[in-house]
Ligand binder design. Structure first.
Ligand code: BEZ
Length: 257
């Protein structure tokens, strides 16, 4: 693992927690799946494939798809689905002009040295190959992160564990793509309030784990409850239904010839 990849403790997913509390990740991927428009016989890399839900769809479109991810647990689930997957750090992709397209959903915000990631994607693509993705953009989960920072303040916790993510603006990400030899075809920040079918507590305990783990029980549960109290007025409706304040950065780019 490079210094840029998140520590395993931050990224070590429980496959069952992820399937339960992270289901929204795949459920809402329609628009970029359409932008990818995978064709039969194309060679596609699914960067940050997780448990392979979308890799399966790319395969069903007839493409020859390879999924890569850092999580052994999620890769094991993907393998059980009959997918071809490999453990790889997105900062250290070592493919050379192998793919017609690189696809990535809800993964690039975990990779904190985007220059290295994009350079590896450019190398992996054939000339004119497509890079299509969606991930957290500027302002993503800002209410949730602010509530966690407030909890850190009242409980003497370390706020630096709150947001181990990369949520760029359109300009920041466009500049990185162009610098690494891409022509940007589409790029936009898309606000996407996301209903959390399993509630906010599951989200906090799954995706805020690196922050809440700094507290020992029973303080950890008290810290989660404090965050829920702070967030309720903004993100919970009168019927107790929670919404995450998601903002997506959605893009499609072509590798220059
Ligand atoms: C997201 O999909 O936006 C997201 C998921 C987990 C943590 C942070 C952001």
């Amino acid at each position: 693992m490079t210094d840029n990849a998140l520590p395993q403790s931050v990224q070590s997913w429980s496959a069952s927690d992820y399937a339960k509390n992270g289901r929204f990740v795949q459920d809402l991927a329609g628009p970029i799946f359409a932008m990818l428009s995978a064709k039969p016989g194309e060679r596609v890399l699914d960067l940050g494939c997780g448990d392979g839900t979308l890799t399966t769809e790319i395969k069903a479109a007839g493409a020859d798809v390879l999924g890569v991810d850092l999580s052994d647990e999620l890769l094991a689930v993907a393998r059980m689905k009959g997918l071809t997957v490999r453990k790889a750090d997105g900062h250290e992709l070592d493919f050379v002009q192998e793919f017609d397209a690189v696809f990535s959903n809800a993964a690039l915000h975990w990779m904190r040295a985007p220059d290295l990631v994009i350079a590896g994607v450019a190398r992996a693509l054939k000339p004119k190959g497509r890079f299509v993705g969606e991930f957290g953009g500027h302002g993503n989960v800002s209410a949730i992160a602010t509530a966690m920072r407030a909890v850190a303040k009242t409980r003497g916790g370390d706020p630096s564990h709150v947001a181990p993510w990369f949520f760029p603006t359109v300009d920041e990400y466009s500049d990185l793509l162009v610098k690494n030899g891409f022509t940007v075809q589409e790029i936009a920040l898309v606000p996407r309030p996301t209903p959390l079918k399993t509630g906010m507590e599951g989200w906090l305990r799954t995706f805020g784990r690196s922050f809440f783990d700094q507290f020992e029980e029973p303080e950890r549960t008290a810290a989660v409850n404090e965050a829920l109290e702070l967030l309720g007025p903004s993100l919970c409706d009168s019927q107790g239904r929670w919404t995450a304040d998601h903002v997506r950065l959605r893009f499609s780019a072509e590798r220059n010839a």
